[in-house]
Design a protein around this ligand. Structure first.
Ligand code: NI
Length: 242
């Protein structure tokens, strides 16, 4: 991806969108970048997730497990591909994230991760809050952006959110099945997810969610891939008080 499109594709959100986010803990928008850039990003994604690549790991199985990964992920792909820091997607996502966080864009930093759900055997992402993955001694002011690189629906693993769940506390999580060699987390106690909302998106659309918003995605039961490129935007975390 040496030659990123320099274009004027700008996306912003309305005051109503910001109010919706604060009330519900998530927001989706139909379009955050161009088809051309989605295509370029698929190229980067496929390079990072090639079988011979060492830049991904399996989130949902023990470290070093044999066989094809069921939920491969790469963290901070921008370290290998610095041009990812200045894509139309990231520029638009930063603008929107800054509004949702009530920060100036210059006050935000970001880091990315890419997640694959292979056809037919892509694992579910169990219900969780992203903050559970982070340092418990720090306090965060952050929002996650999530962009599918393939059309995402309930059957190949679009995101589901529990509206308003970001207003509650950080809930106890454990590594999947209590196995500390598995990176992926799940809630320890069952929660009521009966009000959960599925958010299907076309490739190049995006959703935003608060780090305490409960979210999940189903296994991929289709013949289609579900590649996604997420970015976390935040102000520098500070030591947690009390
Ligand atoms: Ni998550």
């Amino acid at each position: 991806m040496s030659d990123l499109a320099i274009d004027e594709f700008e996306v912003d959100v309305t005051d109503d969108d910001v109010a919706f986010f604060h009330a519900n803990g998530y927001l989706s928008i139909e379009r955050i970048t161009t088809d051309e850039e989605v295509d370029q990003l698929r190229g980067v994604f496929d390079e990072l997730f090639a079988p011979s690549s060492s830049s991904y790991f399996d989130v949902m199985r023990p470290a070093g497990a044999d066989g094809a990964p069921i939920f491969p992920q790469t963290i901070m792909p921008e370290l290998r591909h610095p041009e990812l820091r200045d894509t139309t997607y990231v520029r638009n996502a930063r603008r929107i994230a800054a509004r949702l966080l009530d920060l100036d864009e210059s006050e935000t930093t970001h880091w990315g991760h890419m997640l694959d759900k292979p056809p037919r055997y892509g694992h579910e992402a169990p219900w969780h809050q992203d903050e559970a993955y982070w340092d418990p001694t720090l306090s965060y002011h952050a929002v996650g952006a999530w962009m599918p690189l393939d059309d995402a629906d309930v059957d190949n693993g679009c995101m589901w959110f529990v509206p308003g769940s970001h207003l509650g506390p950080l809930l106890p999580h454990q590594h999947l099945g209590g196995d500390p060699t598995i990176h992926g987390l799940e809630l320890i106690d069952p929660v009521d997810t009966s009000t959960a909302v599925a958010v299907p998106l076309r490739a190049g659309g995006a959703s935003f969610h608060h780090p305490r918003t409960l979210h999940f995605s189903r296994p991929n039961t289709t013949d289609r891939r579900r590649r996604a490129y997420a970015n976390e935007f935040q102000s520098p975390p500070v030591p947690r008080q009390g």
